[in-house]
Write a protein that binds this ligand. Sequence first.
Ligand SMILES: Cc1cc2nc3c(=O)[nH]c(=O)nc-3n(C[C@H](O)[C@H](O)[C@H](O)COP(=O)(O)O)c2cc1C
Length: 355
Amino acid sequence: MSASVALQTLLTQTLGIAVPVINAPMAGRPKPVAGAELAAAVARAGGLGLIGAAACTPVQLTEEFVQAQALLGAGADPQHAGIGLGLINAFTGPELLQAAIDCQPRAIWLSFGPFKELAPPIKAAGIKLICQVQTLEQIGDVLPLGADVIVAQSYESGGHGASHATTFCFVPEAVDFVREQCEKAGRPPVPVVAAGGVTDSRQIAAVLALGGDGVVLGTRLLATPECGSRAEEKEAVAAAGSDASETPATVRTRLYDDLSSLPWPQEVNGRLLQNKFIADYGARLAGTPPAERETVKAEAIEVLKRSDFDRDVSAVYCGAGVGLVRKIEPAEVLVTSLVTEAKARLQRLGAELAK
Ligand SMILES: Cc1cc2nc3c(=O)[nH]c(=O)nc-3n(C[C@H](O)[C@H](O)[C@H](O)COP(=O)(O)O)c2cc1C
């Protein structure tokens, strides 16, 4: 690990990393959006590098993990390399789970769908369990399963989500709730990490001030050379404009999920860049009687099949913080500079207040 900056929190202590940053385990086909290259870059910066393995085959998951370790350097100790694996509960069968466990990653991240079947084998294998949740009730569900890290995913988050709460409100509520639950259970406190809209150093400092122990970066890391998405998508993210605009850059919708065959839980939808396809087919489906919707859906699916990448049609998943993402930058340098700036900001504020 070549981390040149350290910022210790309960999260870094729990996961044995140097800085309180985790990259979002962004899945993708044919290869993960957060694959070996991105995970290794984040781990080199001292964070936890996660591979978004939800859409991988077991063989592909293992290959990505081995590649990430190799990218970290031949001498990297697999137990201390800071590489983890992200799965989506609703899509994870026993083979994929077993492949993830067999890698003995630093941590396994679970999100979206029931946790209770997947968590016990991960804990039994001695692997740290990260649970991304969207409600306080889910925190109540995953703590007894042995969650080592709680990720509070907010409304602003890019990609799929289900929260009605903003990062500003959810993080302190989650911190209080986790503290109360841990006290009741007589167990040591569990770190709470913010996911959703965190794209620059000011927001990282703010999350720490809210009582959070670290951040997940998704959208910000889409605009990096190491990210596995296509060049057009990275450019679309960097040029997206702002959600604080009369024509907001992103929107939450279930449109693409309703057109896909993936079994996303009903409460889940996605945040992505607004486009003509969403405006057109969203309005058409809303205005079509249920009996005729299948015809419109079939037409929409054909349109999607015809386009390889088309900014007017394709889903470009990203979060409400996209307005702060303005250029494509290497991930390791980016994470290091974000943490350095956040730390400096907090030190400056502390010094001001001490005067
Ligand atoms: C392109 C993209 C793909 C994502 N894929 C996954 C995934 O496979 N599994 C998951 O748990 N979360 C996924 N997420 C959500 C992230 O875990 C995280 O909550 C989100 O990126 C945080 O918000 P931000 O994008 O504003 O940083 C994805 C997010 C994006 C932007």
